[in-house]
Design a protein around this ligand. Structure first.
Ligand code: TRP
Length: 487
């Protein structure tokens, strides 16, 4: 129920939630970031750890988030407050919701800038503006693209406008309708690009790079990157998934939908790898090039290949659409909060949010030109937004939610809402009580820089500590034993 007593909007189709949540999850994180960090951290071993993080931490946290949303029927702030009140706990816990909502908004403020890069490259591809014959030329194009605040600002403003336009149209007519053609379109384009990659001569190298396991190449830094990226790529702890979950019909299975979204997100990331690395290897480029990987090396490769302009257009179109379906999810929490609590109409809430967003994202955009030396502790405004959200707010919000669900709230709440059989429920509970919080704490320890753990060397110890903690916790608490006994 909203404050006006109206039942909350729901997704229209059976696929509404899955498409929208997958649209949120699949974004620049999958197509831009996943390939370049995989390249940096050495391929196969990183991929394996990343998969483990997605399923051991990402899935349980996502289930918890969706359950909060559907149980509480509202934006993160309202939903969490209602769910904790239901267990007789203090409303102050809704701070977790405030932080998530703020986090989604802050992520979007820098995300529109990167999405703007993608749109501008699409434009350059369409108009033949990406000519150049070496990686250095491409680096120069990338630099020039960032140097002029008016053009860069034009592209991030365009992304902001498109985002608010879709969100303003509402859940069914805006979000659901747009994702229901953008997501299938994206998959088709990826398949075409992989098909091209198969004949490019670099496909075998790409497959062995992505899937051959070489334990020696795994660093503790890689492990942390994998964990952080699992949060980012699944859009966790920033209000997006929680709010989308509040539109999920009661009958839908949270476990099954979550697994579908996580699998789809993972498949797209791996497909993006299979589309991008063949091009990199066939052209003798370095997979560990960093954030510029797709913007600097791919356009060059596209020029060298037959029908390259066409493939280039497809690629940047796909990237832009993926970015847009993620961007809309990041403001949905704020817009829905404004509608429910301030009595605003969707369009009004959306344009109001858009104006504030535009101001902040303009500051973020200026970090690449005029404001490049407005730094604090060596970080630009853009860097700060990225750092605060992914290193601090997402892990902290995630921790808040799993601790609430695992230890503080009445066990019936989540047992009901998740509707799992006893064994999967026990598994979920173990994950949210021990595995996810421990993983998150590890991110914090690293972020504080107090202690650098070498996971590669110490994993047997760490695993032992985890098992001991779980055993101790569970002998003290009857909840999991009960769940296991009834299975
Ligand atoms: N998951 C998206 C991606 O991989 C990004 C994203 C969407 C996101 N919503 C979010 C990241 C909320 C953090 C918070 O690109």
């Amino acid at each position: 129920m909203t404050t006006s007593g109206q039942p909350r909007t729901q997704w229209l189709g059976r696929w509404g939630f899955i498409l929208a949540a997958t649209g949120s999850a699949v974004g620049l994180g999958n197509i831009w970031k996943f390939p370049y960090i995989t390249g940096e951290f050495g391929g196969g071993a990183f991929v394996l750890v990343y998969l483990a993080c997605i399923f051991a931490v990402g899935v349980p946290v996502m289930m918890t988030e969706i359950a909060f949303g559907r149980r509480g029927q509202g934006s993160p702030v309202d939903a969490i407050r209602r769910v904790v009140n239901e267990s007789g706990r203090a409303s102050a816990w809704s701070l977790v919701g405030w932080m998530a909502m703020l986090c989604g908004f802050m992520v979007l403020s820098f995300y529109v800038v990167v999405a703007g890069w993608s749109f501008s490259y699409l434009w350059k591809m369409l108009t033949g503006g990406l000519a150049g014959s070496s990686v250095d030329d491409m680096a120069a194009v990338f630099g020039a693209n960032n140097a002029n605040p008016l053009t860069l600002g034009f592209w991030s403003t365009l992304v902001t406008l498109l985002t608010m336009l879709i969100v303003g149209k509402g859940v069914q007519k805006g979000i659901e309708k747009s994702v229901s053609w953008m997501m299938p379109g994206l998959v088709v384009m990826l398949v075409v690009l992989i098909g091209f990659g198969m004949f490019s001569g670099g496909f075998g190298d790409a497959v062995s790079f992505l899937f051959s396991f070489n334990a020696g190449s795994l660093s503790s830094e890689g492990l942390l990157a994998a964990l952080g990226h699992a949060f980012f790529t699944l859009s966790l702890a920033s209000g997006a998934i929680l709010t989308y979950g509040s539109y999920l019909p009661k009958g839908a299975s949270i476990g099954r939908t979550t697994v579908s979204v996580a699998v789809a997100d993972t498949v797209v990331a791996l497909m993006a790898g299979l589309a991008i690395f063949p091009v990199i290897f066939a052209n003798g480029m370095n997979p560990g090039e960093g954030p510029g990987l797709i913007f600097m090396s791919l356009p060059l490769a596209f020029q060298a290949m037959p029908l390259g302009t066409l493939f280039g257009i497809l690629f940047f179109l796909m990237l832009s659409m993926a970015a847009l379906t993620s961007a809309i999810s990041m403001v949905e929490a704020t817009v829905s909060w404004l509608c429910d609590n301030k009595g605003l109409s969707r369009p009004a809430a959306s344009w109001g949010t858009g104006i504030v967003l535009w101001l902040i994202s303009t500051l973020a955009m200026l970090s690449f030109n005029l404001g490049a030396d407005w730094t604090l502790a060596g970080k630009t405004f853009f860097d700060w937004l990225d750092y605060l959200t992914s290193r601090w707010m997402m892990p902290l919000g995630g921790l808040g939610m799993v601790v609430l669900a695992g230890f503080i709230l009445k066990s019936d709440t989540f047992r009901d809402e998740l509707g799992l059989a006893p064994l999967p429920y026990a598994l979920w509970l173990t994950m949210v009580r021990y595995v996810s919080p421990l993983g998150i704490v590890v991110i914090f320890v690293d972020a504080l820089g107090v202690y650098q753990v070498s996971f590669a060397a110490h994993w047997p110890w760490l695993l032992g500590i985890l098992v001991a903690m779980a055993a101790l916790g569970e002998t003290l608490s009857p909840r999991l034993r009960h769940a296991l006994r009834t299975s």
